[in-house]
Ligand binder design. Structure first.
Ligand code: FE2
Length: 198
């Protein structure tokens, strides 16, 4: 009987091992309602979305950390100004991610940019505000990288930062408000960095 269980579990274990990045809950949402054509830059929130405007830019590099990676899809989603993943539509995972979700595909310089509103932390919780990113490279399965989080967040403790896996490099960024009142942030991403099975 034990042998039989082992035999049944083995293929499952093997396929899980091959998955780049390990298991990834709701990562398939990247494909749910993905626009047919993608640009290196996107707007996530409508003009009338409540919240403080935010612009995040960066370059996605190959594993060497130097060579820009073109044609990489970056999917991000985040909470609204009240800290909720609200007004989601579509399949279960897409719905769970809420309305504030968007896609980019890096250009020949590896660039990406998204414009949205600054997310708030979950209501009645002590989890720092964050943006969830998923990466899809050509010829690899999709995988998640560290969340974008913001320096100075009242819930972001040193202990918590020390626990970061730094998948794709650190997701901790500094948001600086420019003279137009827009929060500006920058994060470069290194493909495969601290990603299991890469
Ligand atoms: Fe979240």
């Amino acid at each position: 009987m034990k042998k039989l269980v082992l035999l049944l579990l083995l293929p499952l274990g093997l396929s899980a091992q091959k998955q780049v990045g390990g298991s990834c809950e709701c990562c398939e949402a990247i494909y749910q309602r993905m626009p047919a054509t993608l640009s290196w830059e996107t707007r996530i929130s409508d003009k009338d979305e409540e919240g403080e405007p935010m612009e995040i830019t960066g370059i996605i590099y190959q594993k060497d950390g130097k060579t820009p990676a073109p044609n990489v899809i970056l999917y991000v989603y985040h909470t609204d100004a009240k800290g909720n993943y609200s007004r989601g539509t579509g399949d279960a995972c897409a719905k769970r991610h809420g309305k504030l979700r968007g896609w980019m595909q890096t250009d020949h310089m590896g660039r990406y940019k998204f414009v949205s509103i600054r997310p708030a932390s979950y209501p009645n919780a002590t989890i720092p505000a964050h943006i969830h990113p998923t990466i899809k490279e050509p010829n690899k399965n999709e995988y998640y990288i560290d969340e974008y989080r913001f320096e100075g967040d009242r819930f972001l403790t040193k202990e918590e930062i020390a626990r970061d896996e730094n998948r794709g490099g650190s997701g901790l960024i500094k948001l600086i408000k420019n003279d137009k009142g827009i929060w500006i942030g920058k994060r470069d991403i290194i493909l495969g960095k601290n990603i299991p099975n890469y």
